[in-house]
Design a protein around this ligand. Structure first.
Ligand code: ADP
Ligand code: MG
Length: 586
């Protein structure tokens, strides 16, 4: 590996701007770091270059730990967004600058200068001043200057910044060919998805300081793991769908006391599915569709954009789809909120089935990708409409559902079950209940009906700045990691995974505990692309968790329950504290 980042973190004013980023870039690879403005891309790149010191973590370049090494000694070339050429120096002097600093002899400098000007396609421009060059040419000189001292790594921070479209394309080609010719390991930062696709062997998508996903462009486009990547890499319809679990929807409801079969299986699973606009099919009727039927709808918008036609279809309630971005303020009603599906059609598709505004169409799906997130949507569960409305108005919950682009709805739930018969259908997705004295009873009632995860939210809960993760027993290991990965991708908070062992544990047990924590870290990385810090504590489980949570405000807990479907009495203290903290039970 030529560039290895291990849990690199950088904070500004206590906020993690780069949050536990781990990454390995192969030798000769062109890696593109993509993300919206403010996501931490430049900070990460500067940390690799040594222009910013990381607060935590390790940076290795070609096997050498450079975390404490100065920028000059890291052997990296850096190109900044704004043309950072020295204005008073000629092109030639600019290119030779790094060599002069390194006391390279004049003859060798001149040879290198000529070589580089040829490489970037500006031969003979040695004596021009930067002001006599176009923006694109200036950036090419900046690339040549960054390469002069033969760095092992090239870092480019939005090098196309202010250039217009045609010049960007030209410069893109230059950079790509220079990179290929030299075979130099390169990281380029951009917020432009098209640019990322055009240049990257592999992409990494950043948001809120976290590296959410990495992969080849086609992989990330067709099979993203997160809503953010799905919608950032092109247009995507996110749909909530109910999927029956192994025929359990046909099984008779069990009485609450029966725990012989996994309770979770009693509930249909709600999943988040991604439908790309070009993967939707439109036809006059269901029978005319060549693909899986999604539902009927009406053409609400129609836009001709040249090669493609863009349509927005308003789905009727006959359909099976639910939009995840429309937010219902209704109570426990089963009425579907309005759903729009964005569709793009090619010219041949338009000719085969011309459409007009208002027309009724059947919508089919060529290809649907289910996102591997256990946090599909949120349902505020309370005993009355009023208290459900208060819960739904919680600013953090509202903020979270907006970030997750998902639905927040409400359901009136009796606090205690009446003799086993469930009067209402189990809430979909994450059930949200109010923390406090009644919380354990609410949680038990939901768990008994197979509902997980459950989020216990204090009334005045604010966004957490630190997330503590713990699972009590191996059963919940997988679900806890999945829930954690899904939540952390939408929360700009630090996360720490706590392992807790009894204080009288032998040396051997402690070593085994540490090894297990390392396994958890690898599992989170391999399975979810998430890097978490780990810490081992000695003591009694609940006491240790309480101590940690009480130590500072602004924390939340993700807790894997020892047995699916039940809440041990000893865990109640974690849910009933006042003022308390959010607890997400997995
Ligand atoms: P990007 O390059 O993805 O647009 P940056 O890495 O430049 O993002 O910035 C990420 C966040 O860190 C932003 O919110 C920015 O305001 C903040 N930030 C960057 N540099 C500093 C600094 N020197 N002091 C304080 N905050 C900073
Ligand atoms: Mg930047």
């Amino acid at each position: 590996m030529s560039i290895t980042l291990d849990q690199v973190t950088k904070q500004y004013q206590g906020n993690p701007v780069v949050n536990d980023v781990s990454l390995a870039v192969a030798e000769g690879e062109f890696f593109v770091l993509l993300g919206p403005s403010g996501s931490g891309k430049s900070t990460l790149l500067r940390a690799i270059a040594g222009l910013t010191a990381a607060d935590h973590g390790r940076i290795t370049l070609f096997g050498r730990d450079v975390t404490q090494v100065s920028a000059r000694e890291r052997e990296v070339g850096f190109v900044f967004q704004n043309y950072a050429l020295f204005r008073h120096m000629t092109v030639g002097e600019n290119i030779e600058f790094a060599l002069r600093v390194r006391r390279v002899k004049p003859a060798e400098r001149a040879r290198r200068r000529k070589e580089l000007l040829d490489l970037i396609g500006l031969p003979g421009m040695d004596d021009r001043l930067p002001t006599q060059l176009s923006g694109g040419q200036q950036q090419r000189v900046a690339v040549a200057r960054a390469l002069a001292h033969k760095p092992k790594v090239l870092l480019l921070d939005e090098p196309f910044g202010a250039l217009d479209a045609k010049i960007r394309e030209e410069l893109r080609r230059t950079i790509r060919s220079v990179q290929r010719e030299l075979g130099i390991t390169t990281i380029l930062v951009t917020h432009d998805q098209e640019e990322a696709f055009a240049l990257g062997d592999r992409l990494g998508v950043m948001n809120l300081g976290r590296l959410l996903e990495t992969g080849r462009p086609t992989e990330l486009y067709t099979r993203p793991a997160t809503r953010f990547v799905a919608t950032f890499l092109g247009a995507a319809n996110l749909l909530l769908r109910r999927e029956a679990r192994s025929g359990s929807d046909l099984a008779p409801a069990r009485a609450e006391g029966e725990t012989d079969s996994p309770l979770r299986d009693r509930r249909d699973q709600e999943v988040v599915a991604m439908l790309r606009p070009e993967e939707a099919e439109l036809a006059p009727d269901r029978d005319a569709l060549l693909t899986a039927f999604l539902g009927y709808g009406h053409v609400e918008e129609l836009q001709f954009t040249g090669a493609l036609e863009r349509l927005r279809i308003r789905m009727g309630t006959e359909g099976a789809a639910r939009s995840s971005d429309s937010r219902s303020n209704e109570g426990e009603t089963s009425a579907m909120p309005p759903v729009w599906i964005d569709v793009t059609r090619t010219q041949p598709e338009q000719r085969a089935f011309p459409l007009a505004l208002g027309q009724r169409v059947a919508v089919g799906t060529r290809r649907i990708h289910v996102l591997p997130t256990p946090l599909s949507s949120f349902t505020a569960c309370a005993e009355s409409r009023d208290s459900a409305a208060i819960l739904m108005g919680n600013p953090w919950l509202v903020d979270l559902t907006i970030r997750m682009q998902t639905r927040l709805s409400a359901q009136v739930e009796p606090l205690v079950a009446d003799d086993g018969a469930d009067p209402v259908v189990a809430p979909a997705g994450v059930a949200v209940v109010t923390a406090g004295p009644d919380c354990p009873a609410r949680v038990r009632r939901l768990l008994a009906r197979g509902v997980t995860p459950v989020l216990c939210l204090p009334e005045d809960a604010a966004p957490p700045s630190r997330v503590i993760v713990h699972f009590a027993g191996q059963v919940a290991r997988r679900s806890t990691l999945a829930v954690t990965a899904s939540l952390l991708r939408h929360v700009p908070a630090e996360a720490v995974f706590l392992g807790i062992l009894p204080s009288d544990s032998s040396e051997r047990t402690r070593t085994a505990g540490l090894r297990q924590l390392l396994d958890v870290r690898s599992e989170a990385q391999a399975g979810h692309g998430l890097d978490v810090r780990t810490e081992l504590r000695l003591g009694e489980r609940i006491e240790e968790l309480l101590r940690e949570l009480e130590a500072q405000p602004g924390q939340m807990l993700i807790l894997g329950l020892p047995e699916p479907g039940s809440l041990p009495e000893s865990f109640e203290a974690l849910l009933t504290q006042s003022p308390g903290w959010p607890v997400l039970l997995a």
